[in-house]
Design a protein around this ligand. Sequence first.
Ligand code: ZN
Length: 251
Amino acid sequence: MKSVAHFNGRKGRAVMLAIIVAGAFLAFPAPMQPVRAHAPSQAPAERPFGLPFVEPPGPSTWLMVQPYGNTVGAFRQRNTTYRAGQGLHFGIDFAARCGTPVVAIGDGVVSEVDAMFHGAGPHNLTIDHPNGYASFYGHLLERPALSPGQPVRRGQVVAKVGDPDGTCRSRPHLHLEIRDAPGHRRAYNPVQRIEADWDSLALIGGFSRGFQRDLADPRRWQFLDDQPEVSFGGPLLNDFANPWPPEWREP
Ligand SMILES: [Zn+2]
């Protein structure tokens, strides 16, 4: 048989080896997305959550204006607003008009309504999810019409976007966090846990100020998906000796 004869000798073994290797790749295909070198190891393989809005992004609906992590804005307020979160912006900010419907990012159970120790007023909401995460929705327009213990479904309208200043004219936005459940003591990067085209969202949202740099290690924490976890009450992570942009104080 001619085909069997081909597998005799060195050349034959090489052909057989190539067939075995190719078969292994077919049986265990490589992931579609190459693993990025700067992605932290603790990120889950799949993103279990959806975006907190019904409508697609855009100038008439919503835009991402500040990502999670070591942002310039958080660095400047690391000793005040963001001190409890180790100096990082421990959620994602989505600019939207007051009253824009906010939906649950996953199935879960309401755990807190207007828990004021979380800040992010005037109103906020926490949902615990069965996968060990919680989602937190801050700067809501009004107290959500939900009670602790109430189940909610992914995509269900649970709140309305508000404004931390209460005017609906200065800076209306949703501040969205992903924490551990049920403790709510750690914050995780939503970029790695919500299915979305984050690179495009960063572009169209105009996140122009970027991440704060530590000139001793200027490439650290410069990407949407390499930001560290936050342990509330822990030490500052970004109290850099030689920061860029340079130190800045409230006028
Ligand atoms: Zn925020």
